[in-house]
Design a protein around this ligand. Structure first.
Ligand code: GDP
Ligand code: MG
Length: 439
């Protein structure tokens, strides 16, 4: 999904000015990308129509950054399709809050039950009880018991010889006695939806009156995940979805279709096999992920808001003439300070979150004063000709500024990195910056 969209966008971006037919071409690519990612056909159709109508508006075509505007619209509509905002777990007015996990075999119900219990324990100091109501796979009860031990959460089980409804009833009684604030019911699955399974789940629901019926679906199953979601929702009127295995090589289409087809929110995503790998689902972040751009929109918006375009132009000019010096460096520090911690900004750039370069640019608020002190200890000539800064001059500057030689060296390194960055932006406006981030 990501690659195809990115190609389409970079094609659009290279054009600068775009026409109506460019937008239509672009929308064809978006449509194909979504279909390839197994997004439901009707969802794709509605999505593409909405984006196209917005993108063909005069304000987009006439804008100075049309490609960016289109990207922004796609991003916004993706977010909207997935529900706009994160939806928290339902809570019961009186304890316990009862959560019922449902889904096909292998989707990740049991694992997610454990992950959720751990999350509640860690974040709310909750005392959950898990109930083992999958009596069909012999190992299922053991699996939950083992998970419970790992995270120190009690598991109610009666082996595999009782009716699951009776097990749930006994488990709920125990939770009431022991004042557990959450009960998580792990149920059986099948390879496909079948009536027998649904009947059992309907009976458990009727008995337990769960506050939350979480459908667990495997994101890797693409189009099928949407069918499954529809099937479960028709019979059980689910309250939310957990999309698992998003850590895998999934095309991510399920996230888009499920909300649109069932009208039910995705509440969590599974990001791995470890018990910590459960995240709250944020539609905007997922949209960014689908577009493969980290938090790039946030970054661009932030940069546009805070970075003075005239100032940037002036700097770029200096870069072109290679006159960017330590005086400009100081100005730049001020600009960057206005934008927030550099590391935070760098993290929003795709691929930079774990890049050592981002860590090296370690410029915090209080460091700025030190940097200033160092620059002020340079002679005017040194400030304008940084290449003069040989070891003996560096030692003198260190002594003069009360900073260590290492610090002076580090700051000169930062200066050079900053200069590098400026060079990449030296097309002279934000599209230069866009080129750098979109790359
Ligand atoms: P159930 O049959 O629905 O209870 O599924 P399980 O909880 O037993 O999970 C089936 C398999 O999927 C197990 O091997 C899990 O470790 C794995 N699994 C579950 N959630 C995730 C996830 O988010 N990412 C990955 N990579 N594996 C997962
Ligand atoms: Mg299971």
């Amino acid at each position: 999904l990501t690659e195809r969209l990115q190609n389409a966008f970079s094609k659009l971006r290279r054009k600068g000015k775009i026409t109506e037919s460019d937008v239509r071409d672009m929308m064809r690519e978006v449509r194909l990308a979504l279909l390839e990612a197994d997004v439901n056909f009707t969802v794709v159709k509605n999505f593409v129509n909405t984006v196209r109508d917005r993108a063909l508006g005069a304000d987009v075509l006439d804008s100075l950054t049309p490609a960016q505007q289109v990207l922004k619209i796609v991003n916004e509509e993706l977010t909207k399709t997935m529900g706009d905002t994160a939806v928290p777990l339902n809570k019961a007015p009186h304890i316990p809050t009862i959560i019922m996990m449902v889904g096909l075999q292998g989707a990740g119900k049991t694992t997610t039950a454990g992950k959720l219990a751990l999350k509640l324990k860690n974040e709310e100091h909750a005392r959950p009880l898990m109930i083992a109501a999958d009596i069909y796979r012999p190992a299922a009860v053991d699996q939950l018991v083992t998970l419970g031990k790992q995270i120190d959460v009690p598991v109610f089980e009666q082996g595999t010889d009782h009716d699951p409804v009776d097990i749930v009833k006994a488990g709920l009684d125990q939770a009431t006695l022991q004042k557990n604030d959450y009960v998580i019911i792990d149920t059986a699955g099948r390879l496909q939806i079948d009536q027998q399974l649904m009947d059992e789940l309907v009976r458990i629901k009727a008995l337990a009156h769960p506050n939350e019926i979480l459908l667990v679906v495997d994101a890797m199953t693409g189009q099928n995940a949407t069918e499954v979601a529809k099937g479960f929702n028709d019979d059980l009127d689910i309250t939310g979805v957990v999309l698992t295995k998003l850590d895998g090589d999934t095309r991510g289409g399920a996230a888009l279709s499920i909300r649109a087809v069932t009208g039910k929110p995705i509440k969590f995503t599974g990001q791995g096999e470890k018990l910590e790998d459960l995240d709250v689902f944020y539609p905007d972040r997922m949209a960014n992920r689908i577009l493969g751009m980290g938090d790039m929109m946030t970054l661009i918006e932030k940069a546009q808001k805070d970075y003075d375009a005239k100032e940037a132009e002036k700097m770029a000019e200096k870069m072109r003439e290679n006159t960017f010096d330590f005086n400009d460096f100081l100005d730049q520090m001020g600009q960057i300070q206005n934008m927030g911690p550099v590391q935070d900004l760098m993290k929003m750039i795709p691929g930079m979150a774990n890049n050592p370069a981002a860590q090296n640019l370690n410029i915090g608020d209080k460091d700025i004063d030190h940097l200033k002190a160092i620059v002020y200890s340079m002679t005017p000539q040194e400030r304008e000709q940084p290449e003069l800064l040989n070891p003996s001059r560096r030692r003198r500057i260190a002594a003069g500024s009360g900073r260590s030689v290492q610090e002076v060296n580090r700051m000169i390194k930062q200066f050079n990195m900053s200069k590098d960055m400026m060079q990449k932006m030296s097309k002279g406006n934000m599209s230069g910056m866009e080129g750098m981030f979109g790359g």
